[in-house]
Design a binder for this molecule. Structure first.
Ligand code: SF4
Length: 318
């Protein structure tokens, strides 16, 4: 399986520069492991709007229906400056497959920023997107977002990486721009997509199989919208087991009975231990190596991203 490098917009404080309010960086061991396999576009929105390092902290405050970004110490309202910067920056990013951002930051948080009541200083919500990221989420709703806290959970990180690398491969197919490239992409991602949702996977198949009435570009646009929405859905363990059983079906006659039983037992344990997904993929790759099959050997389901990233490794919380 080829793994073109995904392009990720990332918070600059993950080891790129000590740009946090207190002049530190965020330790993120998994992020470092990811570096050789992706292309990062680092950004520190707070630096970009002119806040220095070190700097007084900023926070999100609820003012009526609006969420504002303010610096309590100086009383500055930074909302418009941040919104302008976010649009300008994202306008300038030519291609992006996903985002990896700092959790809980009033600028970068994807889903878990704190929102304060300006009068009492009380926290009124802990699930607000940071002001930079809320613009990114609105503009790139079909791209995967990860943060350093979600990256600690193997199942969430695996979901993110599966979607990220699939979208990078789709971008490569789009660059080729032919119907054959779209068919090849869909064919090699069938089992992976099946684990995310069988009905939607079939709907995507209909886009690919439809007679070429419009341009190739239109077919890719429709397909991309559908595949982004499908990959955003977390695969259930039951659907993942179904897809794995589908692969196993190809080897019914070719595998020793003990190997089949050991694999089935592992699938059963996977229902309770999501980290076993790596061992399941390893088994499936070994089966395919033993009895090569042209359809299975290109399936993203058995190797959705570089195997060096299949590790149960925490991304330290802070
Ligand atoms: S969380 Fe975002 S704004 Fe804050 S230091 Fe990191 S990159 Fe800069």
């Amino acid at each position: 399986m080829r793994h073109p490098k995904p392009i990720i917009v990332a918070s600059r404080c993950f080891g790129f520069a000590p740009c946090r309010y207190d002049q530190t960086t965020i330790p993120a061991p998994f992020f470092e492991r990811l570096m050789p396999h992706v292309e990062f576009v680092p950004v520190c929105p707070e630096l970009e709007i002119g806040l220095g390092v070190p700097r007084p902290t900023i926070r999100m405050e609820r003012r009526g229906a609006r969420v504002q970004l303010v610096q309590p110490q100086s009383g500055r309202d930074l909302s418009d400056a941040m919104e302008r910067f976010a649009h300008d920056f994202l306008d300038g990013v030519e291609a992006v497959d996903g985002f990896w951002l700092k959790a809980r930051s009033p600028s970068c948080a994807a889903r878990d920023g704190k929102l304060f009541d300006p009068e009492s200083g009380a926290i009124v919500d802990r699930r607000t997107s940071g002001r930079f990221t809320s613009v990114a989420l609105a503009r790139f709703a079909d791209r995967p977002f990860c943060d350093d806290r979600r990256a600690n959970q193997v199942a969430l990180r695996d979901h993110y990486l599966c979607a990220l690398f699939a979208l990078a491969r789709l971008r490569e197919a789009e660059r080729e721009g032919t119907r054959a490239a779209l068919v090849a992409f869909h064919s090699s991602h069938k089992l992976l997509l099946m684990a995310h949702g069988q009905q939607r996977m079939r709907a995507l198949g209909r886009i690919v199989a439809a007679p070429a009435s419009g341009s190739e570009g239109e077919a890719f646009d429709r397909y991309r919208a559908g595949v982004g929405a499908l990959l955003a859905q977390r695969p259930t363990r039951g659907a993942t087991i179904n897809a794995a059983m589908h692969v196993l079906g190809y080897f019914r006659e070719r595998l020793p009975v003990e190997a089949r039983h050991a694999f089935l037992a592992r699938l059963e344990r996977f229902r309770r231990r999501p980290g076993l997904i790596f061992a399941i993929r390893r088994d499936l790759r070994a089966f395919i190596e033993r009895a090569p099959d042209p359809y299975l050997s290109v399936q993203a389901f058995v190797e959705p991203y570089p195997v060096e990233l299949e590790v149960i490794m925490p991304n330290r919380r802070r």
